[in-house]
Design a protein around this ligand. Structure first.
Ligand code: AMP
Length: 244
């Protein structure tokens, strides 16, 4: 009978783990993809599907932050007012969270970044962080649906309350099988506090202000995809994989 030996990382010191990571990255460079787009552009759904195709893991800063808030951690308490009002979390705080997460074993094969970087400074800090690790961003994909598509999606969006699931639904175009219950994990669905008209407007204007300089910064690695209101998630994913 084949015996599977599972390595017990809990017995390994931080220094040994770091050494193992650097060896691993010498043999297999991680793939780093940035998925950009305004709120409601389908980044989250696309990242969840794209990451396994690239043998990487999705990393959404919004999801990480919402989990901190749900768990009532000290970081979550600091984040809450920014997120509920649709304001950007300060760059230094975001980059610290990204750094801590990128080094986790879960991301050793690479990452599809969703919702990060969101400012030019974050992009530059990410480049520096990756450079120090001997890595760089491979590709950047911008999902850019028309504004009416975005507003329709956000104002009818339902999100799974289980922060480790985080799947999203749309009241008309992608309703759950059972009303208000997540198909995948059976947790109750909820409206995000920042998916209300006044906050949506604020989030979109912040996005418009901050996104162009990031696109210019990554111009040589950028592909732009314009999902339409009638395109399915599969069709958008196919366009993204073709672009990569
Ligand atoms: P999202 O789920 O990507 O729409 O993010 C939800 C909220 O989390 C945003 O409106 C911001 O308040 C905060 N947030 C997420 N990612 C970032 C980031 N990279 N920089 C600053 N704030 C962020």
């Amino acid at each position: 009978m084949r015996t599977l030996i599972k390595f017990d990382w809990s017995r390994v010191s931080a220094a040994t783990e770091e050494f193992a990571r650097s060896l691993y990255w010498k043999v297999r460079k991680p793939t780093i993809v940035i998925l950009m787009g305004p709120p409601g552009s389908g980044k989250g759904t696309t990242a969840l599907r794209l990451a396994p195709l690239l043998k990487t893991s999705p990393l959404s800063t919004g999801d990480l932050f919402r989990k901190e808030i749900a768990d009532r951690t000290p970081l979550g308490l600091r984040l809450e007012s920014y997120i509920n009002s649709g304001k950007l979390v300060p760059d230094a705080l975001v980059i610290a969270v990204i750094r801590e997460n990128l080094l986790r074993r879960k991301y050793w094969n690479g990452v599809v970044l969703d919702g990060f970087p969101r400012t030019l400074l974050q992009a530059k800090l990410l480049d520096k962080l990756l450079q120090n690790l001997g890595l760089s961003v491979d590709r950047v994909v911008l999902l850019a649906p028309a504004e009416d598509v975005i507003i329709s999606r956000l104002s009818a969006r339902l999100t799974c309350s289980n922060t480790t699931c985080g799947r999203t639904y749309h009241l008309q175009s992608k309703p759950p099988q059972v009303a208000d219950i997540c198909d995948a994990c059976k947790s109750p669905l909820m409206r995000r506090k920042d998916d209300v008209p006044a906050v949506i407007a604020d989030r979109l204007s912040t996005y418009r202000r901050e996104s162009d300089p990031i696109c210019e910064h990554y111009a040589s690695k950028l592909s732009v995809i314009k999902p339409t209101a009638v395109e399915t998630e599969e069709e958008v994913l196919a366009k993204v994989t073709a672009a990569l």
